[in-house]
Design a protein. Structure first.
Length: 237
């Protein structure tokens, strides 16, 4: 009978994943503080990423150092936000948001990931027109019609644009600047929010199967694994 990875190996892998996640959060916190100030009460972008970071058990002092780097109290940060666009196998549109202190290195890494997994890195604007920026909130409503109706009423009253129910889950869509207001209203219902974030949502989706689907998923995984990559969006169905 085969044995799985040892406890030490599993812990090491988990620590590595957490470290990579923390690195991404630190960069996001730093840039959010630099662009909008270090007070989360007046900086919605910073407040949102801090909530996600603390939910992932990031230590408070780590977050505070990242904020101070962003505001210049611990020296200026040199990260810049860069977006790359391209196509994966089967014509799947992919956008890659990065934070980097070396764009030359980052674009080389992103281009290599695309080419290695059957995709092509395109020019700026190649696929951006296929996506729109939206606030997105997920809740578990367990297929309860009364609960779904309550979420619908609360969300729309707070300024949401759309509410979708499927397989026991509810997705609430908002304008980016309305996300915080709708989120607070839904939290008032006492339901845990599974996700609340500003994201890029595709207008239409592309379906691929078999080997193409496997290649697209490997491409997305490879991109997400790059240190400089913060988020990867696609119109994969």
């Amino acid at each position: 009978m085969g044995r799985g990875p040892s406890i030490a190996a599993r812990k090491g892998a988990e620590d590595a994943r957490r470290g990579k996640l923390f690195t991404k959060f630190i960069r996001e916190i730093t840039v959010a503080a630099r662009t909008g100030g270090g007070d989360p009460r007046s900086n919605p972008r910073l407040r949102l990423v801090l909530e996600k970071a603390f939910a992932a058990n990031m230590p408070k002092d780590t977050a505070e150092r990242a904020i101070k780097r962003g505001t210049g109290e611990l020296g200026a940060d040199h990260f810049e936000e860069v977006r790359y666009e391209g196509y994966g196998p089967g014509g799947v549109a992919i956008m890659v948001d990065c934070m980097t202190d070396n764009p030359t290195r980052t674009v080389a890494d992103v281009r290599h990931a695309f080419s290695k997994h059957g995709g092509n890195l395109g020019a700026s604007g190649a696929v951006a027109y296929l996506f729109s920026q939206v606030g997105q909130i997920y809740l578990e409503t367990r297929g309860d019609p009364a609960l779904e109706e309550k979420v619908l009423e609360t969300a729309l009253e707070a300024g949401a644009d759309d509410v979708l129910n499927e397989d026991g889950y509810t997705e609430v869509l908002t304008a980016p600047d309305a996300l915080e207001r709708v989120k607070k209203s839904l939290e008032g219902l006492g339901l845990p929010l599974l996700q609340a974030d500003v994201t890029m949502r595709p207008a239409t989706t592309v379906t691929v199967s078999g080997e193409q689907a496997e290649m697209v998923n490997k491409l997305i995984d490879a991109l997400e694994d790059l240190d400089d990559v913060q988020k990867v969006y696609s119109n994969l169905a």
